[in-house]
Design a binder for this molecule. Structure first.
Ligand code: KG4
Ligand code: ZN
Length: 310
């Protein structure tokens, strides 16, 4: 069986084909980041319109790359949410039209479940139960994956998502959108010990809070500017990145130990960050936890993960 999947929840128009054995046959993405960069974030109306323009070409490319025709597709899958409503609507409309026209079943997929499922593509040996940390632009979730499709949320952000904090911090430093990769790049030239940003605490120790860290960074930048001093952006980026990742890694590993899980998986756009991947691998090794993560292209939004979940 072959499944053709659509993803259009934010600013990537993506399509992919996967076979019944979970082997990815194609995975194509048209990104809109350059169009949103000038506004410092995703403009929902522009995103919706660009999805409409790109979606047919993505389907054609996904079929071509998979070396198959629409006749060999047995089911259609699509991200149903969460995401930008107008953006989701375009993918859902395209998927519905194709499913109806070809008389194929339509499978609605939760975007976060898609991110978790990217791990099954990268590590076919991974099976539930395991703990998954989802860190994206919209979500920061600690999830116990009890079985396929059976999830228990044990921790989440009480304010900003991890990726959102990176995007806002980047904007304060005058960097382009999306902020995560920009901060990672700049941080490579900075000293992570130059500034100390106080690590936040939450009532539920497995919950996250990033808005205080973001505000601390913004205040640091403003103070330097007010005093007419240079802003050492690389040092600030490196110190901020370390603070965020330390919090994330500590909570994820604590949760894995507390819930008796010896398998920990990463998911979502922020999981593409190499400092996070390295720190998590080291901490997991120290505590005898097996560590799983998709390759960076499968961490950020894509349709392969949606096809896999379907
Ligand atoms: O999962 P994703 O592609 O979209 C959502 O579902 O939100 O995540 C996008 C987020 C953005 O906030 C972006 O800044 C962040 O992931 N991100 C990163 C990196 N690459 C993407 N954050 C830190 N380091 C990265 N290398
Ligand atoms: Zn996402």
């Amino acid at each position: 069986m072959n499944i053709l999947a659509f993803e259009s929840s934010c600013d990537e128009t993506a399509a992919a084909v996967i076979d019944g054995g979970g082997v990815l046959r194609s995975d194509v993405v048209a990104t809109q980041v350059d169009f949103h960069a000038r506004f410092g974030g995703v403009v929902p109306e522009i995103a919706s319109r660009m999805h409409v323009e790109a979606v047919d070409a993505m389907v054609d490319q996904a079929l071509e790359q998979a070396n198959c025709s629409i006749d060999s597709i047995d089911a259609i899958a699509v991200t149903q949410g969460p995401g930008l409503v107008g953006a989701l609507l375009t993918g859902v409309a395209a998927a519905k039209a194709l499913a109806m026209g070809r008389e194929l079943p339509l499978i609605a997929v939760n975007h976060i479940e898609g991110h978790v499922s990217a791990n099954y593509i990268a590590s076919p040996e991974l099976e539930p139960p395991f703990l998954c940390l989802v860190v994206s632009g919209g979500h920061t979730h600690l999830v116990v994956v009890r079985d396929y499709g059976v999830y228990e949320l044990i921790g989440q952000t009480v304010d900003d998502a991890a990726g959102e904090a990176f995007d806002k911090a980047a904007r304060a430093l005058g960097l382009a959108y999306p902020g995560g990769p920009m901060i990672e790049k700049l941080a490579a030239e900075g000293n992570p010990k130059a500034y100390h940003f106080t690590r936040p605490r939450c009532e539920n120790p497995l919950d996250f809070s990033f808005s205080g860290l973001k505000t601390a960074l913004i205040n640091t930048v403003h103070k330097l500017r007010q005093n007419g001093q240079d802003v050492p952006a690389a040092d600030i980026a490196a110190s901020f990145q370390l603070a965020v990742m330390e919090v994330i890694v500590q909570k994820a590993v604590t949760a894995a130990l507390e819930f008796g899980r010896d398998k920990l998986a990463l998911a979502g756009g922020v999981a593409a960050n190499s400092l996070l991947r390295t720190m998590m691998r080291q901490e997991c090794e120290k505590h005898g936890i097996s560590f799983f993560r998709p390759e960076p292209v499968l961490c950020t939004d894509n349709a392969a993960m949606i096809a896999c979940a379907a």
